[in-house]
Design a protein around this ligand. Structure first.
Ligand code: 6R9
Length: 650
């Protein structure tokens, strides 16, 4: 890795940049030396009903307690809307670009205010109160943002569930947080295909009811006009409801540490965790990172291609940009519909200045050929960003040279659902770039590399990535299970937040994320616990045991490789393989579709019965020459069979 080409900061990037190199170094030093002073100052970037007198009160030891700005009071929707009205009431807040290129809309801040207030009043009318959980299962339409903001206006806690999740997955999330109010749409639309959101919701509500959670009200946005089921008394149309209420709603005064939202994410064990973020620290952190990481200037058109069902959509489509009074573009469709040029055409159509996407999309578009890019102008672009998974240097250089014509900086932003906002990233006017490195920590962030024994490594090193101290956007707990929060993130290395990622630091102090070190895989930037896929597989009547690992995949980053042992007497054939794929899709959703299924008469286990995943990973990678020590296996012969029947032969 000594031959890494450094892309220096170009004069044009520095010219009007908010942060240059000296400012970065000074602010960073201040932020880690005296976090109280630093965040005490930057906390004022949002408006407060009641100012805070305390700034940081956090401990990563013992029970773990994280509080920021704790005696202050504010409201998120008030910061994202009301405070902008005087200056930019008629400015576009949201540009909506539909799945169909002839379908688009612009929503001003004044209009956003009215939409959000109306929906907030509808929720109140149906009895939603501060602290209640509201599930949002929506396509990428402005009403998804209205719903999130309306919750924050009245102090309800939203739980957005990605529209690609199955009824079972949705039900689990509704039940976990005991949510009795759901906002959805008749159907979503992606790449010209309808997605039956309301029908999925109906099924999920039945499943949740059996688990003990009754959904009382479902508000349905009419998106496609497609036919759906209807439960009288429970289901109401969005357009009918908002016509019955006022377009004004007083924002609830929220304490800084009042819960803002729950977002379920996958871990290495058990069911998805409800990551809980709170009000003020989160908003301060996402608005500040949105401004400086993307070098956002007033009037910029900003586009993040994520879905609001993921944390990137929460922080960098909705909350960060709107807190900054930005124009944020929301895209309903997919990168390759109606053609492979769609992203670049949308950039030209709306004169997008800042574009933020995922490596998996870039790899797919790169594969489609440069001609699809070359026929567009893209001259409005000023900053490019990536997120979600490590970006391979080839895709990075393609993004830089072909999409950005070698003139636009790329911010490779490393962060997690748990971190709320970006933690390691270049700043466009300050940081020389290296293809594939997330580079350096944002203000207030103290990364550490730790070896297996918990020893902190200095200088050039590879290890497990931890963060040594708190930052305002950090998650506060696992909803309803603080012990799980402490166990998952603070028990591996005492007194530190453990990210689950492996990482290398080079001689320039740059960080290179190498991927997860736990049993989480990253498929097309979507996080998945191998345990979730395994539990879906073993829920099939013909499966006795399953082990799932990731393997390198050209487009998706990682593919899903499943080893399946069948019940005695079952026949391993193509029909069953297809059946299992369908079964997993139905249980979790299309994002969990297995790429490879290998029928295995036995799995490699230690004498104590632990599956040796290291071996399974190697075989899935077709790299069995380096299997390492197999002498501790209970039955070494199992491995020969696995190798002989591997599904990834080169
Ligand atoms: C924001 C988001 C988090 C995991 C994280 C890491 C991977 C995200 C990355 C990256 C390398 C980057 N990840 N950004 N790896 N470089 N720039 O993606 O949150 O869905 O919770 O995933 O994604 O492995 O631990 P989330």
């Amino acid at each position: 890795m000594s031959e890494v080409h450094v892309h220096r900061v170009q004069p044009a990037w520095k010219k009007n940049a908010l942060i240059d190199k000296d400012t970065y170094l000074k602010w960073y030093a201040d932020s880690v030396k005296n976090p109280d002073k630093f965040w005490g100052k930057h906390g004022k970037r949002i408006d407060w009903f009641k100012p805070y007198s305390k700034v940081k009160n956090t401990s990563f030891d013992g029970k773990v307690s994280i509080k920021w700005f704790e005696d202050g009071e504010t409201n998120v929707s008030w910061n994202c809307i009301d405070r902008h009205l005087k200056k930019r009431g008629d400015q576009t807040a949201i540009i909506w670009e539909g799945d169909n290129p002839y379908d688009d809309r612009k929503i001003t801040y004044n209009e956003l205010y009215a939409h959000v207030c109306r929906l907030a009043n509808v929720m109140k009318k149906h009895g939603v109160r501060k602290g209640d959980r509201v599930t949002i299962y929506m396509p990428m339409i402005p009403e998804a943002a209205y719903a999130m903001l309306a919750c924050t206006r009245i102090g309800a806690i939203h739980s957005v569930v990605f529209g690609g999740f199955s009824p079972d997955a949705l039900a689990g999330r509704i039940d976990d947080c005991k949510s009795s109010f759901v906002i959805t749409a008749d159907e979503g639309l992606r790449g010209g295909k309808p997605i039956p959101l309301k029908d999925n919701t109906d099924k999920a509500i039945e499943i949740a009811a059996k688990a003990g959670t009754k959904v009382e009200k479902v508000v349905v946005v009419r998106r496609t006009g497609g036919k759906t089921g209807w439960v009288a008394g429970r289901d109401v149309w969005y357009h009918d409801e908002i016509a019955t209420v006022k377009a004004e709603c007083k924002p609830e005064k929220m304490k800084a540490e009042d819960p803002l939202f729950i977002l379920y994410t996958s871990g290495s064990t058990g069911k998805p965790k409800g990551v809980l973020h709170t009000t003020a620290g989160y908003l301060v952190y996402v608005s500040m990172t949105h401004q400086y990481v993307f070098d956002y200037h007033d009037g910029d058109i900003y586009w993040c291609t994520a879905d609001v069902g993921w944390v990137t959509g929460h922080s960098y489509i909705v909350y960060g940009p709107l807190a900054n009074g930005a124009t944020t573009l929301m895209f309903e469709g997919v990168p390759n519909y109606p053609s492979q040029s769609r992203f670049w055409e949308v950039i030209d159509k709306h004169k997008v200045n800042i574009f933020y996407t995922a490596p998996t999309a870039l790899r797919a578009l790169m594969g489609a050929g440069d001609a699809h890019v070359a026929k567009t102008s893209r001259k409005s672009l000023r900053v490019l960003g990536t997120v979600g998974e490590p970006i391979n240097p080839e895709a990075w250089e393609w993004y830089f040279n072909v999409v950005g014509n070698g003139k636009v900086p790329i911010v490779d932003t490393w962060w997690q659902t748990e971190t709320g906002g970006i933690l390691i990233t270049p700043l466009p006017g300050a940081t020389p770039l290296k293809a594939g490195s997330a580079t350096q920590p944002f203000f207030g962030v103290k990364p550490q590399l730790v070896d297996g024994d918990g020893k902190v490594l200095e200088g050039v090193a590879s290890g497990n990535l931890c963060i040594a101290d708190s930052w305002p956007g950090q998650m506060r707990t696992v909803y309803g299970d603080h012990e799980r929060f402490v166990q998952t993130y603070f028990s591996t290395y005492k007194g530190k937040y453990f990210t689950g990622d492996g990482c290398r630091r080079d001689a320039d102090g740059y960080y290179w994320i190498t991927g997860r070190v736990d049993d989480v895989i990253n498929v097309s930037g979507h996080r998945m616990g191998t345990a979730e896929v395994e539990s879906a597989l073993v829920s099939h009547e013909k499966v006795s045991e399953a082990a799932v690992v990731g393997y390198p995949h050209d487009i998706k980053g990682q593919g899903i490789y499943c080893y399946v042992t069948l019940m005695a007497g079952e026949k391993p054939d193509e029909a069953l393989r297809k059946e299992l794929v369908t079964h997993v899709r139905k249980d979790i959703g299309a994002i969990a579709t297995p790429d490879k299924i290998q029928f295995a008469p036995g799995l490699p286990k230690t004498r104590s019965g632990k599956i040796m995943r290291r071996i399974l990973r190697k075989i899935a990678e077709d790299d069995f020459a380096a299997l390492g020590d197999t002498s501790t296996l209970a039955d070494p012969a199992v491995v020969d069979d696995l190798i002989a029947n591997r599904q990834n032969k080169r």
